[in-house]
Design a protein around this ligand. Structure first.
Ligand SMILES: Cc1ncc(COP(=O)(O)O)c(C=O)c1O
Length: 388
């Protein structure tokens, strides 16, 4: 049996059998187990921010694992303090940090933090966006606005009311004085890299301020340079009450963060929440290496080049390009994203068939101008192949 057949036999079928078995990587390049080389334009779903085998990540993780790999939360360690302080220095206003291992756990912490506030204030329900994605555990799933993955696991402990994403009037109507919190992505990632209309996040902030609901920005996919800013909400000029992070923060090592601003950051009392592995020294060292290495100027310049390049592609299958920074969707005129993914793979590029008509393009944040040009030059032929 080959590796794919063995995967199919050993694993639960929730992922299906992935199409490529990756063996190693270097920068934006990865190689599969047969030695075929690809340019990685998906970065482990917007996660491998420094690409693969980055010297800074190798050095930080190796040094940390050789020093102390785990303490549990019974003991503190310097990397977690340095990382919390570093994140806070990049954010506006006083805030407090909780470290988890993943995005869904960061949102689970946000859910509990908001619930603590809601119970104290006698508030009863959450608001979230249709097609939004917040994770797969029961709390995070209950906030996820995708019927297909949500409904079969309900009912959920707290009511969640869903509104169309980007519609400030609908949001205003849904958020009353009984609403605990509004969970929103600054750009919807899994829904197809869909930015909201200009002013939507500011409107959400105002609606929350006038009703006393908390604004939770799920920046698990959008933060840590992906949008060209450290945090996407900074581009909108809005500070949330709770911010959740994961993905790009650890550059491939598992870490998530839930950050509470102002009084919200002090709501948890001793014993209210915790995690054995959350904020472990190795993941914190990795995140410090990511934050210390990323160059937002580089991200902005290669992002402009990628966007301009893709927008200049004149092909009947390509309807447009949307997104922010190094986080784009090529929007197709027909539902052929699976064919585009396959044709890209055959041509030596990894992209992601995100929605039937949207292909996610999210290279490592260290992608070079030359690699962007290589991808853009190959894209028309990939589209032609996919259209056949
Ligand atoms: C916006 C958003 N929130 C939450 C999650 C869940 O994160 P994780 O897969 O690390 O649990 C994701 C993952 O894609 C995401 O994009």
């Amino acid at each position: 049996m080959n590796l794919f057949e063995r995967f199919g036999q050993a694993f639960m079928p929730n992922y299906g059998v992935p199409p490529v078995a990756l063996a190693r990587g270097e920068g934006t390049r990865v190689w599969d187990v047969d030695g075929k080389e690809y340019l990685d334009f998906i970065a482990g779903i917007a996660t491998s921010s420094l690409g693969h085998a980055h010297p800074a990540l190798i050095e930080a993780v190796s040094r940390q694992v050789a020093t102390i790999a785990h303490t549990s939360n019974l003991f503190l360690h310097e990397p977690e303090v340095l990382l919390a302080e570093k994140l806070l220095s990049l954010l506006d206003g006083p805030a407090r940090v909780f470290f988890a291992n993943s995005g869904t756990e960061a949102n689970e912490a946000a859910y509990k933090l908001a619930l603590k506030y809601g119970r104290r204030e006698g508030r009863t329900y959450f608001v979230a966006a249709e097609n939004g994605f917040h994770g797969r555990t029961i709390g995070a799933l209950s906030l996820t606005g995708k019927k297909a993955i949500r409904d079969q696991f309900g009912p959920f402990p707290v009511e969640v009311r869903f509104v169309p994403y980007g519609d400030a009037d609908a949001l205003k109507e849904a958020v009353t004085g009984d609403c605990i919190a509004v969970f929103l992505e600054p750009t919807q990632g899994e829904a197809g890299v869909v930015p909201p209309p200009e002013g939507y996040f500011e409107a959400a902030r105002e609606i929350c301020d006038s009703t006393g609901a908390l604004l939770v920005a799920d920046e698990i996919q959008s933060a840590i340079g992906r949008s060209g800013h450290w945090f996407a909400h900074q581009a909108d000029g809005v500070t949330p009450d709770i911010l959740t992070l994961a993905k790009g923060l650890g550059g491939g090592l598992p870490i998530g963060a839930c950050i509470g601003f102002g009084d919200v950051g002090r709501l948890f009392e001793k014993g209210d929440h915790g995690s054995t592995f959350g904020g472990n020294p190795v993941s914190c060292a990795a995140a410090l290496a990511v934050l210390g290495t990323l160059d937002l100027g580089h991200v902005t310049s290669v992002a402009d080049r990628l966007r301009t390049g893709l927008e200049s592609v004149d092909h009947p299958l390509l309807k447009g390009v949307r997104g922010r920074g190094l986080w784009l969707a090529a929007v197709l005129g027909e539902p052929r994203s699976a064919q585009v993914q396959q044709a890209a793979q055959d041509a030596g590029f990894l992209v992601n068939a995100l929605q039937p008509d949207a292909v996610r393009i999210a290279p490592p944040l260290v992608v070079t101008a030359g690699e962007v040009d290589t991808f853009v030059s190959a894209f028309p032929a990939i589209l032609t192949e996919a259209a056949k």
